[in-house]
Design a protein around this ligand. Structure first.
Ligand code: ADP
Length: 460
């Protein structure tokens, strides 16, 4: 845990006592702040109090004596409406910050040159964060990985010169981190998401763009995926402002950075392109989207001073993340892939585009919009095995184009798909990439993916 010393002897309001909120309160207490913590859920307040955190109803607090309101990232700042604590803070001119800001201030005060890599974007954040942490270790360093997913930032080791913090940062967290200034800031991509919180795409892009715009003055590097218009314009703007920008593209080329030519990553320096790494054969980095993640991670490591040779060796040994195109087993000619994290059509499209001769397990609780957008990949699907609430809707969408069978449950689907794939003549893939949420049959996508893995391993 990182003791936050920058608020010593100051009164700090903490609102939101989930995992990261509790860590915030404890870090502030450990650093000598006078904390008053609260949550709208009484059970969370009780739990925090039991953990030794001073709690109190912030409605009854004298706000003129408060140095900052530290808000959990999930609490509405502007959309759909400011939370009541936000309104109170505004009324009393109290700054509103989050855990990333506390980390940034502690780093600035105690170890300003401690290496810090921060990753944001709409998709690929977790994969890229894990890959960078893996590469830091593979290149001889020590990574501390956490942030938005996994370990809350304040539960990691303190910032220090010999530790590279690799943090996944959500737009919610960026909203609350005005002085967060990473050594390397990565913006992977932007597409419409979380507009409920941010109001408009322009606002969402502006907040995400801050992560790269705020890289350390003079020495910082901004790594930006330029394949969507929002990110491309952010890159142009930062370039014009004189920042060190490295670009990533998997659909075109770049003047400075890395672009993908199929599975080959090409490094461009002074307008000259040369082969940097070949991802063909690296099972954990299949697909163009992983080309984007690997290119961004490679540029981050180059910026930190790692050698090309070490980075390339590290890419090849990346184990990948569970539930994201995770290779579970190979039985004879058949590969079994767990992509349970694909809870929407966009994510399933990435998986379907990465394979041929697919025995596709799909379904669950469907999102709005249907699976029509996947039609371009239908020729790759040998047969579909449908499960969960979406069976009726998906079978109607596939009817006449893709052979399908309504299996109902995941275990029935795995058994049937494995049987069919085993007699196929070509190398085949049994792919769980549901394009649906899991909540009709499972508590979350992780449990669904674990169930798939268990069924497959039974076959082995
Ligand atoms: P996040 O943490 O941003 O949700 P993950 O790394 O967990 O992203 O990946 C979630 C899913 O998003 C993956 O299963 C894959 O289908 C898709 N994905 C991964 N990387 C990218 C990328 N760079 N661009 C688009 N989609 C991606």
């Amino acid at each position: 845990m990182i003791a936050i010393t920058t608020f010593e002897n100051k009164r700090v309001a903490v609102f939101g006592l989930g995992g990261s909120g509790l860590a915030v309160a404890q870090s502030l207490v450990a650093g000598g702040a006078e904390v008053v913590a609260w949550d709208d859920a009484p059970a969370r307040v009780e739990k925090a109090a039991a953990a030794g955190v001073p709690t109190g109803d912030l409605r009854r607090e004298n706000w003129s004596g408060i140095a900052a309101l530290v808000l959990s990232p999930g609490v509405p700042l502007t959309h759909p409406a400011p939370h009541w604590t936000v309104q109170l803070a505004h009324a009393h001119h109290v700054p509103i910050i989050g855990d990333m800001e506390l980390f940034a201030r502690e780093r600035a005060a105690t170890a300003p040159d401690a290496p810090l890599v921060a990753i944001t974007g709409t998709n690929g954040k977790s994969t890229t964060t894990a890959l960078i942490a893996h590469l830091v270790d593979a290149c001889g360093g020590t990574a501390a990985r956490g942030g938005n997913i996994g370990t809350p930032v304040l539960e990691l080791p303190r910032p220090a010169g010999d530790i590279t913090h690799v943090l996944e940062v959500s737009s919610y967290q960026m909203d609350l981190a005005p002085s967060f200034n990473p050594t390397v800031g990565i913006l992977l991509n932007l597409s419409e998401d979380h507009l409920d919180r941010h109001g408009s795409m322009e606002n969402y892009a502006a907040i995400k763009g801050r992560l790269v715009a705020q890289v350390m003055l003079g020495t910082g590097v901004a790594v930006i995926g330029v394949d969507d218009v929002y990110c491309a314009s952010i890159a142009d703007r930062l370039d014009a402002a004189g920042l060190h920008v490295e670009r990533v593209s998997v659909t075109g080329t770049v003047d400075q950075g890395i672009y993908a030519d199929g599975a080959r990553l090409m490094l461009v320096r002074n307008g000259k392109a040369e082969l940097f790494a070949d991802l063909a054969g690296i099972g954990s980095l299949r697909g163009a989207h992983n080309g984007q993640n690997a290119a961004a991670a490679s540029l981050a490591l180059l910026a930190l001073g790692a050698s090309r040779e070490d980075i390339v060796t590290g890419l090849a040994s990346f184990p990948g993340l569970a539930h994201r195109m995770e290779q579970v087993a190979r039985l004879g000619n058949v590969l079994f892939i767990n992509d349970s994290k694909a809870t929407n059509v966009d994510a399933a499209a990435k998986a379907l585009s990465s394979f041929h001769h697919i025995y596709w397990i799909a379904g669950g609780r469907a999102k709005t919009g249907g699976i029509g957008a996947l039609a371009g990949y239908f020729p790759r699907i040998e047969r579909a095995y449908l499960i969960g609430e979406a069976m009726e809707e998906f079978s109607a969408a596939l009817d006449g184009d893709v052979p399908y069978v309504c299996c109902g449950t995941l275990d029935a689907a795995v058994a049937q798909a494995a049987k069919d794939a085993a007699v196929a003549r070509t190398p085949a893939v049994v792919l769980l990439s549901p394009a649906c949420a899991s909540f009709d049959q499972y508590p979350n996508f992780e449990v669904r993916g674990d169930a798939f893995r268990k069924e497959v391993l039974k076959l082995a």
